[in-house]
Design a binder for this molecule. Structure first.
Ligand SMILES: N[C@@H](CCC(=O)N[C@@H](CSC=O)C(=O)NCC(=O)O)C(=O)O
Length: 286
């Protein structure tokens, strides 16, 4: 297979390497970016399990490696960390970077069906059909042992992609995720633009709706979610209580931890990162 990953830079980090790649994507028709942390065990040649982290609105592939503080424990656990960019860039669509919650930096991890976005905003296809297979082909990553997590818009991406593609990911967690995008302003704006005004198409990208369609737990080993109670987006945008109710109805074990004093930012994310790494490492072992 032809290599599609172009190494842009690499940095020694806790005995492993923090790398940045450009990836030639047919799905988006644009060069896409991704960061990958390879732990010491992978550099020694052994294929390792990987945790995919989907970042939130306004973020890039650089946000997670520089702000989440995950590499030290990932090195110890022998876990690779994959952090894709949050949208296509450079498509040249009029106004694509004018809003911080739509367009550039706001891909919502789905394939847009509405012009002009449908030509390039194909994040689900890029991630699942191209990027993850390429990473497993070209790097010492075991593509059968992938966990998925994310923050805010990326938490929505983690929950929805894991629920839309059962069996593709072995473990699931999220930080302050958008749990019911069909019922919050961020989701309504994004879904109207990317999927069209007909709300019938939206449910397939809403974690609460997807969970409500399950009669049995899709992640029997349990889902972990952390949420700060001083998060300025909690009441209007995130709605974890709706997902909690849907999980209860489906028999899905959900550990939803609500933390007094924590806001939406990366001080919150890095505080609970070790717990998420251990949650995934346990379920990805063997
Ligand atoms: N510009 C916005 C704030 C944007 C923001 O808070 N982005 C979050 C994700 S929000 C949901 O997806 C984020 O992760 N930012 C990166 C960071 O380094 O904190 C505003 O004006 O409120």
């Amino acid at each position: 297979m032809t290599a599609t990953l172009e190494l842009l830079s690499t940095h020694a980090c806790f005995g492993g390497e923090q790398r940045y790649y450009r990836h030639a994507s047919d799905a988006t028709g644009l060069p896409m970016r991704v960061s990958v942390y390879l732990p010491p065990k992978a550099l020694a040649g052994a294929p390792v399990p990987a945790l995919v982290y989907l970042a939130g609105l306004t973020c890039t592939e650089d946000t997670f490696p520089t702000k989440a503080g995950a590499q030290r424990l990932a090195a110890e656990l022998g876990l690779a960390l994959i952090a894709p960019d949050t949208s296509p860039r450079g498509a040249g669509i009029a106004g694509e970077a004018e809003a911080w919650d739509f367009g550039v930096g706001a891909g919502f991890y789905l394939d847009a069906t509405q012009a002009p976005w449908s030509a390039h905003w194909r994040m689900e296809s890029w991630l699942l059909a191209e990027l993850l297979p390429a990473l497993a082909d070209e790097l010492p990553i075991d593509g059968t042992r992938l966990g998925l997590t994310g923050h805010s818009m990326g938490g929505h991406g983690a929950l929805t992609l894991a629920l839309r593609h059962p069996g593709r990911f072995r473990s699931l967690s999220a930080f302050a995720p958008i749990c019911a995008p069909t019922r919050c302003p961020w989701g309504e704006k994004a879904f109207t633009g990317y999927l069209g005004a007909d709300r019938a198409a939206w449910a397939a990208h809403d974690a609460t709706e997807l969970m409500s369609g399950h009669q049995a737990a899709p992640y029997p080993a349990g889902i972990l979610i952390d949420q700060g109670l001083d998060d300025k987006f909690l009441a209007e945008q995130l709605h974890p209580h709706l997902l909690e109710a849907a999980c209860q109805a489906a028999g899905q074990t959900l550990t939803l931890r609500r933390h007094a004093g924590y806001d939406h930012g990366y001080y919150f994310v890095q505080t609970f990162m070790d717990d998420h790494l251990r949650h995934h490492a346990r379920q990805l072992a063997g």
